[in-house]
Design a protein around this ligand. Sequence first.
Ligand code: 9MJ
Length: 681
Amino acid sequence: MAIPDAALERAAELRAEIAFHNRQYHRFDAPKIPDAAFDALMQELLRLEKEFPQLLTATSPTLNVGGPISKAFSEVRHERPMLSLENAFSREDIEDFWRRLQQKIGDHEVTLVAEPKLDGLAVSLIYDKGHLVCAATRGDGETGEDITANILTIGDIPQQLEGTGWPSHFEIRGEVFMSREGFKRLNECALLAGEKTFANPRNAAAGSLRQIDSRVTRERPLSFYCYGQGAYPSEDLPSHHYQLLQQLSAWGIPINPEILRVTSIEGCLSFYEDLMKRRPTLAYDIDGVVYKVDLLADRERLGPPTARAPRWAIAHKFPAEEALTRLISIDIQVGRTGALTPVARLEPVFVGGVTVTNATLHNAEEIQRKDIRAGDQVVVRRAGDVIPEIVRSLPDQRPLTSAPFEIPTHCPVCGSKVDHSPEETILRCSGGLFCPAQHKESIRHFASRKAMDIDGLGEKLIDQLLERHLIETVADLYTLSANGLSALDRLGEKSAENLIKALDESRHTTLPRFLFALGIREVGEVTGRLLADHFRQFEDLMAADTASLEAIPDIGPSVAQHIVTFFQQPHNREVIRKLLDNGVFWDPLPARPATEALPLAGKVFVVTGTLDGFTRDQASAAIITLGGKVTSSVSKKTDYVVIGKEPGSKASKARDLGIDLLLEEDFIHLLKESGHEPSGT
Ligand code: 9MJ
C-alpha cells in the first residue's frame, strides 16, 4: 500500500519535533514542553508507523532510547544496552501485561516487584574489586557519557563497598535524583546569586550531573537509589530481583525503602493507588511506579527486549501533572473585598486526572514577569488537589498579533481606580460596595452557609434580585415576599416559598455568625467568634476603639483598624439598623463570669505547632473563654505550653525552663476538666 503524502509529511514533522525536544531534554536539561505533550507526539508517531509499516526506519525515535550524547564527556560503551521502559496508563494496560506474563510463565505463581518510578537520571555504575571505577549516563542506550568524576561527589553512592562477597566486576543501575527540598534550596540560592534557576528537580539533577567541573556537582544535593543490575556474572546473581536488591543494600548501595513484592493485578493497583495518594508527601518526585518480574530466570522466558524496553517490566505512569493547552483569555475577577484576581480561561485539557478549563494566574505582576498572554500555548500544572496554575507560556508559538498583559488601572466592573498598596501584591478596586461586583459578592457571603445560612439564595438569584431592584442591600432580603419573588425567571412558586422560609429561619442567628456575615475585612469565622466572646454585646463592639480591640489576643492592628473603619461608615450602620429592624436577632450570650472566678484564671498559655482538632485561634479562644491568657512567647511567666506537631523552638525552651508541656490530648483533658464545651457555629 502506498503511503499517503499526508502521513509521510506528518511523520517527518513529528520526527523533527521529537528530535528537537529530545535535544532540549537530554542535551540542555531544559525541556520546552511537558513530558505528557512529548509522550503524545511519540504516541502519534507510533500509531502512524503501525498503520504504515513502510514508514519505519532504523533511525526513527520510536526505536531509539534517550538523546544524543554530549561531546563534553568521553564516551562509555555499555556492556549491556541500557533500555527504557514500556509505559502503561490504565488498568487495561496492566491487565494486558499480566496476560502476556501468564502466557509465557503462567506455569507457576508470578511474583512482581513494585517500585516507585523516580523522575531523575538513569546511571550505570561499575564496581571493580569493590571500588567504584566507572559511572555513565544512559545516553542513547548503547553509549553513554563518562560522568565518573561527578558521581564520585555524591555522598549516597559508596566508592568502596561494605561487607564481603561481591563479584569482582559487576554493574548496577539506578536513578540519580534531587529531593524537592534540595531543589528548592538550590533554586533559592541561584535566585539570590542572580543565576539561572531550574524548572524542576529532574532538570536540576540532570544539569548538576552533567557539569564539566565536578566541584559544582559536589555542591548539589544529589541522591541515588539503585533499581537493578547491568552486566553481572550469572553465577553470582541471586535467583530473584528482590533478593538482589537486598544484597546490594547490604553492601551499602541505597535501595528505595518503598519497594514491595506483589502477586496479583490488584496488588499492583493498590501499590499504585497508595503511592499516588502519598505522592505529594514523598521527599522526591516520582512519575509512576514500575512492576518487574521477580524471578530472574523467568525474564529469559519472556523473550528478547523490544527496540526500547525489556518485556519483563512495565512503568505504570501517574496522570501527568503538567499539560499543554491554549490560554483563551485572562479575565479579572473582583472579589468581596475588591481584590482583583486574574483567572486564566483555557481550552479544556486533561491534567492531574481531571479536565481543567480555568486556572489561577496568582497576580498581575506575575503574569507580566512570566510574559503570559491571551492566545499563548501554556503549560498548566495540577498537582494533587492543588488549584490548577499556569506555569509558563511557550512564546515561540505566539500569534504575531498578541499583546502583553496590562495591569488594570481601573476596576473592570465599576471603573473605579485600582489601589496597589506597596506592601501587597494584591490589586484592589477602590469602589467598595458601590462596585456591583463587590456588592454582589458581599451579598453572597452574607447568605453563605457559615454566615447567615440562607438556603437556596445562589448567585443567579442574587443577580436577578439586584437587576430588578428588588434589593439594594442585604437588609432588603428580609422585606422580600413570595409574591414579589414570583416575578423572577425560573423561580417556581414552591422555590419562592422555600426561599422565604429560609430567609425567615435565618433571622434567628448567633452573634459570631452575624459578625462574620457582615463581611468586615479580615474578620473570618474565628475572629467573629473571638469578638463575640470578648464583647458579648454587639453595641460594645460597635463602639470599640482600636486600642481596646488590639488588647484582645490575636487581634492585630490591621484587623482592629478594619473593624473600627467598618463601624464608622454611616452606610454600614444604616444596613445594620435595618437588619435588626427587619427581625434579625440572636440569643444574648450569658454575662461573662468575673475572670477571676473562671477555672483557668491567672494561667498563662503558649500554643505552638499544629494541632489536629483546633486551629491556633480556636485553641486560644478556648483558653480565653475559661479565663486563661495566651501569649506568643515562652517565658518564666508561662504556665503551660500546648504543643502540636512540629512544635519548633518554643517547646525546647519550655522544657529548658521546666514549664509544663501539654500534648493535644492533655490539653483537651484540661479543657474538659475546666468545663469547656466546644463552641459550635
Ligand atoms: C526508576 N526510574 O525509578 C527502572 N526506575 O528498570 C526503576 N527505572 C528501570 N526501575 C529497568 N525503579 C529499566 C528502568
